[in-house]
Design a protein around this ligand. Structure first.
Ligand code: NAD
Length: 441
């Protein structure tokens, strides 16, 4: 595999594509006969099998190998692959470290990892050392040390590692990004985001997330909140997270929900869960902008991300599905909420423009079409040996809120410094996520 591009090289190459109008860097996933991309899947449970299904629907994606400690799941994935008309894959099911045997093959261009969190970093590192592009589920790391290891390995091997944060690719979020880049909200100052989702099914003792929630009190799932925020606020390309402060409530929700569902004598309902019900994190950037992040995953509630981005000239509020733009400057212009829908149409990102766009092509399957879109863009990067749409720095900065919030909470909500994972590159790096030169797959 050719050496991957640095962020700066990638931006330059992408700009060249934009300038020349050439799509040489951007062999489209929708092309009639795209060059094959060979991917090994590790972990084909709920998420992995879903992403495998979408991948098999993308032209040129071949899956010669599947690994899961659960042989029945690996067999199920093998059936899906055969049903899609591909050669039945080799399966690797001999325990927790059998992924190494799969990654030792010399015919894989990339791996897709959707295992329990504690395996993400060790698996990603092993793959990068074999020059296999990494697509890894969220969060990509659960300690600061793991964040650093991912960056170090990606830099040393020249191999991209992309955390598959799907909400970065949402249609509405990308239209908001276009509005921000056109300056409609002025200078961006502040943002709210949340992952609010009743995930109490994670909390019965045998489910793997339970062991994390029993032992740690942190924002354990920060990436769906932060996905779009990174590009909205130029994090890692002009600004970076400097300080993090977190506060957690006590835990009542898990015990109450489990008692009501399974009876108060159920073993899981009697456990001493460390995870507080609501974790609120505040992050301040080097340039003095702020972000509020909520983890809210163990009280009964509908799904909600509560995105709100605010600048000197207006704001976008996802819950109200509306924008508020400042008037003409003399204080007399009618400043009022206006529905987001016309802005969505006007500022539609090209990844979603039209039914043949990579976003529109798949209809609403996979989180509203978002999952196949991000996979298409990931596989295009693998095929073209370019940087992935989300690079290792963006991947770890989203994930590091997990350990940083844990440290802050344990210290009675003291501020904690966020490491500069880019090693200073954030100061000169230009935005690259979903910029005009990005591939139209
Ligand atoms: N981006 C999203 O929208 C989204 C949605 C759901 C889950 N996820 C993420 O996907 C990942 C998987 O979650 P899930 O809900 O599919 O869990 P799951 O339990 O359904 O699947 C995990 C699979 O990994 C396998 N596994 C465990 N240890 C392994 C090992 N050492 N080697 C190989 N296989 C191993 C398990 O047998 C299982 O089949 C998690 O990181 C989760 O956070 C992301």
């Amino acid at each position: 595999m050719a050496k991957s591009l640095t962020r700066r090289q990638f931006t330059t190459a992408a700009a060249a594509v934009a300038a020349t109008g050439s799509l040489a860097l951007a062999v489209p996933g929708g092309a009639a006969n795209p060059r094959p991309v060979r991917v090994g899947f590790v972990g084909v449970g709920g998420r992995g099998a879903g992403m495998l299904r979408h991948s098999l629907g993308i032209k040129g994606v071949q899956v010669p190998a599947v690994c899961d400690v659960n042989a029945a799941r690996a067999a199920n994935a093998a059936k899906m692959i055969a049903r899609a008309g591909q050669k039945p894959p080799d399966t690797y099911t001999k325990g927790d470290t059998d992924f190494r045997r799969m990654m030792d093959r010399d015919d894989l261009d990339a791996v897709f990892i959707a295992t329990p969190w504690e395996w993400h970093t060790p698996m990603a590192i092993y793959a990068m050392k074999r020059k296999q592009y990494v697509g890894v589920e969220v969060p990509c790391a659960i300690t600061l040390d793991e964040c650093r290891q991912l960056v170090k390995t990606s830099e040393e091997t020249g191999t991209p590692c992309m955390m598959m944060e799907n909400w970065s690719f949402r249609r509405d979020n990308l239209a908001v990004l276009n509005m921000i880049r056109k300056g409609l909200f002025g200078e961006i100052v502040h943002c709210h985001c949340a992952h609010s989702h009743n995930c109490v099914s994670w909390y019965t003792g045998k489910k793997w997330p339970a062991k994390h929630l029993l032992k740690r009190c942190a924002d354990q799932y920060p990436t769906h909140s932060l996905g779009p925020v990174l590009s909205w606020m130029d994090i890692n390309c002009g600004d970076r997270v400097d300080t993090v402060v977190s506060m957690a409530t006590n835990q009542w929700g898990i015990t109450d929900q489990l008692s009501r569902r399974h009876g108060k004598d159920h073993p899981s309902a009697k456990l001493d869960w460390k995870q507080g019900d609501i974790v609120t994190t505040m992050a301040r950037t080097v340039k003095g902008k702020t972000i509020v992040i909520n983890m809210d995953m163990q009280l009964p509630r509908p799904y909600d991300n509560r995105w709100m981005i605010q600048g000197t000239r207006g704001l976008y509020n996802e819950q109200r599905d509306a924008v508020y733009l400042a008037g003409g400057g003399k204080g007399h212009a009618p400043e009022k909420w206006s529905p987001f829908a016309p802005h969505q149409t006007k500022y539609e990102h090209k990844w979603w423009r039209g039914k043949d766009s990579p976003g529109g092509r798949y209809g609403l399957s996979g989180h509203g079409g978002v999952d196949p879109l991000e996979l298409t863009l990931f596989f295009d990067a693998v095929r073209n040996k370019t940087q992935t749409p989300i690079d290792v720095y963006d991947s770890v900065v989203m994930s590091c809120i997990f350990p940083l919030s844990e440290i802050s909470i344990a210290k009675g909500s003291q501020p904690v410094k966020c490491p500069d994972f880019t090693g200073g590159k954030w100061e000169t790096a230009k935005p690259k996520f979903a910029v005009d030169g990005s591939p139209v797959a």
